[in-house]
Ligand binder design. Sequence first.
Ligand SMILES: [Zn+2]
Length: 348
Amino acid sequence: MAYPHAGRHYPRSLGEFQAWFRKDADCLDYLEWLRWPTGFACPACGQEGWRLGDGRFMCSGCGGRTSVTAGTIFDRTRTPLTVWFSACWLFATGKDGISALSLKRTLEIGSYQTAWAMLHRLRSVLVRPGRERLAGVVEVDETFIGGLEEGLAGGRARGKKVLTGIAVELREPRGFGRCRMLPLADASAASLHPFVSDHVEPGARVITDGWQGYRGLEKLGYVHDRRSQRAAQARDEDADDLLPGAHRIASLAKRWLLGTHQGSVDEAHIANYLHEFVFRFNRRFSRSRGMLFYRVLELAMAHGPVRYQDLIATRRPRTVPPRPPRTRGCPPSLERPAANRPWRASSG
Ligand SMILES: [Zn+2]
């Protein structure tokens, strides 16, 4: 939906969120509406169909059966949807997001791995396919990001810092537009040129430092503004801050990783954390946090399943492999029956 409305398509407040999504069935219906706003359409052939007794849908064209969550990141989840929705609300409405440890504690999710995997699933949907490239005046730089991650099996594993590309739009007379951040294999032209062409619209003015890896950007269709330290020194300018925009983004990202996640970020998952940082930064002026909740769920329903094995598959080999989430016992639903004012049930 291009222009969802507050109070109708997404909750305006925590109070509305709680009133709308009291039961797992309410959440499932919301997901159904997000996926098929005008009624069921078969994912295989596009035909209409009808609802079966077990809540799934059957296609009138090909006879295929499917559920609302099939083929999305909620596919075959054992975590109740009320828990998913609360996690998504905290993730989307918290200005700086939420760490796996806080999520585990807040929602009383039994295992750290489950909370960790939920957040990584949410992060992994944030990059919209075919999103626009940056335009106008764009600073591009690289920096090292990363640190320690709380090991899934307990204990801390020392992670390597990861070379990360940064691109940020500069606004006149000051301020920033959107940004992009992504891990780079190295600082060679073979890595930097694709980073620029993937994230910056040709014709933009690209400002970089004098590093040789950026040579040749003109041939890719950019107006290349190379700032060398020597030239800056000759002009008596601050040679240490040739790219104040990129440096600002880098320091915000590092501060966020240290703050919300206490630096416990594994190099294998840096890309996912950077997706989240970029998503938050690019929506920093968004008036409605409920709208972000809607956008995250919308992206989640449009995204294919993300298996736990896929989340951990990118890790370096470890001496102690992380335990899979407990196969028995999933988080309890957050559905709550009326408690009938226990403080009045006086025992004298
Ligand atoms: Zn069909």
